[in-house]
Design a binder for this molecule. Structure first.
Ligand code: GLN
Length: 552
């Protein structure tokens, strides 16, 4: 029977509930248990696919093609479990389903209400991640205790736990214990109040995880335990980690939180093996091979969450090569004003991520031209690949004004165009080419060297594609089509030969990269960047040694 853990958040948002959930899940997998995870989001969009990155950060795409919350990225990166459509439900999706059922007559004769119909639908969503192959299901509730819109979710988990019993399910509440500089002390009152809110609706947390900047004293823990009705050893401290989010599970393990969870769920406490994780974190904190600097040229640069998986995958590429990856975030519009050379001076690699809409496009294209002409390793992802094709067509093939029809519907050279299947689509939500698709990788290419495989599967999220009308003309000038759909129709990977490392892919490899197993393209991109930077000298603290300089 699947046990359940419900994780709620209190006091403020952005406490890192997703990270904490993913870290706990990792510890449970390392104790030998099979887990599955999901997030319940209280907003009314059916999924985050239609939201701007400014609203929501990155949209994470699952293998089965769901557009989901970025916390699912943490779940997959930490635990290597596969998320699916069942891993993310929003209020919009829950209500949508209840309303469709009502129209279909499923509740004939009844008044359809939040309780029990919406809460029953939420319980159905929770049940969807149970199964004979799942020992523990972790459900994270989005939002903060006290939000009006999360009430049906909280009521649903209260009922759920009541039905399965205390030994089968537990509540974890993540809260903030702020340090007030002026008072010179930590404050437990916000956490007490947040637990108070949960108690008024019938939820008493079993474990309190306290986010804090400084170490908590035993006094603070005792006070929280007493006033929140939590056992003393179940007040867990989660201090800000110093270097990396991947330290969080190690810190939580030191306090045996996973042991308490298993004991409460009446599961055997198997030994914990975190050796490889610890080694990975050590490499990340003290990389033996110095540093590379990678420019990420995008339009949501001010918002770190917008390219979450990209930044993580770059870090993974660094771990695989034993180098620290320093990221220079470059606003593509700035390149349009100040020029690529000025803003990209000194970088060891340039990455152009995915995106929508024409703002900053010319800056991205200029950055790609700079990478191509100056032999700087380049990695283009989705829109980044489309821009690389455009740059190549314009500059190398003499196709002035070449463009994607997304930005220039009337262009004479529509090198990127809407897919046939997209031309009749008018609905916006969930209608892109989404999820995992197979791809065949050509021999003797950078892509094949990276993957070491002919057949790969990668996740997509786009409407536009390479336009095959131009395939021959671009190939004649040296563009290599190194990855194609199995039927040969869709261009999935492009690259250049006379360049140290220049690869663009139509899919999003960042969604399959993990800290223990960097995605092969990210690994090789960082390797190429490290190669360009030159060997590390122990005397210059890993700083770049200019090319041609002998290392002592
Ligand atoms: N806007 C482009 C398309 O829809 C690229 C999408 C992306 O980068 N994810 O095809």
């Amino acid at each position: 029977m699947t046990r359940h853990i419900f994780i709620t958040g209190g006091v403020v948002s952005s406490l890192g509930k997703g990270l904490t959930s993913a870290s706990l899940a990792l510890l449970l997998t390392r104790r030998g248990y099979r887990i599955r995870m999901q997030k319940l989001d209280p907003y009314l969009n059916v999924d985050p696919g239609t939201m701007s990155p400014y609203q929501h950060g990155e949209v994470y795409v699952t293998a089965d093609g769901a557009e989901t919350d970025l916390d699912l990225g943490h779940y997959e990166r930490f635990t290597s479990t596969v998320c699916s459509r069942d891993s993310n439900y929003t209020s919009g999706r829950i209500y949508g389903s209840v309303i469709s059922k009502e129209r279909a007559g499923a509740y004939l004769g009844k008044t359809v209400q939040v309780i029990p119909h919406i809460t029953d639908e939420i319980k159905e969503a929770i049940r969807s991640i149970e199964g004979p192959d799942v020992d523990i299901a972790l459900t994270e509730i989005g939002g903060t205790a006290g939000d009006i819109e999360s009430l049906p979710f909280l009521e649903a988990i209260r009922q759920y736990r009541h039905e399965i019993g205390r030994s089968q399910g537990l509540f974890i509440h993540l809260t903030l214990v702020p340090y007030l500089k002026a008072a010179g002390e930590m404050k437990t009152k916000p956490s007490q109040q947040s637990v108070g809110i949960l108690r008024t609706i019938g939820i008493i947390p079993d474990i309190l995880v306290c986010r804090c900047e400084r170490a908590m004293s035993q006094d603070h823990k005792d006070k929280l335990a007493l006033f929140c009705g939590v056992e003393r050893n179940l007040v867990i401290e989660e201090q800000d980690v110093r270097h990396s989010i991947y330290e969080v599970p190690l810190e939580l393990a030191k306090q045996d939180v996973d042991v308490y969870i298993l004991e409460q769920l009446q599961l055997h406490v198997n030994p914990l093996n975190m050796g490889d994780w610890q080694t990975m974190v050590d490499t990340l904190i003290r990389p033996p091979n110095g540093e590379v600097e990678i420019a990420v040229v995008g339009k949501y640069i001010t918002l770190r969450d917008a390219y979450k998986s990209i930044y993580e995958a770059l870090t993974h590429g660094g771990i695989a090569n034993g180098v620290r990856v320093k990221i220079r975030m470059v606003e593509s519009e700035d390149i349009e004003h100040k020029g690529a050379s000025a803003l990209l001076e000194g970088v060891d690699g340039i990455l152009v991520p995915g995106g929508f809409g024409d703002r900053g496009i010319e800056g991205k294209i200029a950055a790609i031209g700079h990478a191509r002409e100056n032999q700087i390793p380049f990695f283009g992802i989705c829109l980044g690949m489309q821009c690389a094709v455009t740059e190549f067509a314009r500059t190398v093939c003499g196709m002035a004004g070449a463009n994607s029809t997304e930005f220039s519907p009337q262009t004479k050279y529509p090198v990127i165009d809407l897919m046939e299947t997209q031309k009749t689509v008018t609905q916006k939500g969930g209608t892109m080419r989404l999820g995992a698709y197979p791809c065949r990788v050509a021999p003797q290419t950078l892509a094949r060297t990276a993957y070491g495989l002919e057949q790969i599967t990668e996740r997509h999220r786009h409407r536009y594609e390479f336009n095959n009308t131009f395939r021959q003309a671009l190939a004649d000038q040296g563009l290599v089509f190194s990855g194609l759909s199995p039927d040969g129709h869709l261009v999935e990977i492009i690259e250049l030969r006379d360049h140290p490392w220049f690869v663009g892919c139509q899919f999003h490899p960042e969604f399959q990269s993990t800290p223990l197993k960097a995605h092969p393209l990210f690994r090789d991109f960082i390797a190429a960047a490290a190669q360009r930077r030159g060997p590390v000298s122990s005397r210059n603290n890993g700083r770049r040694v200019p090319k041609g300089t002998a290392t002592p």
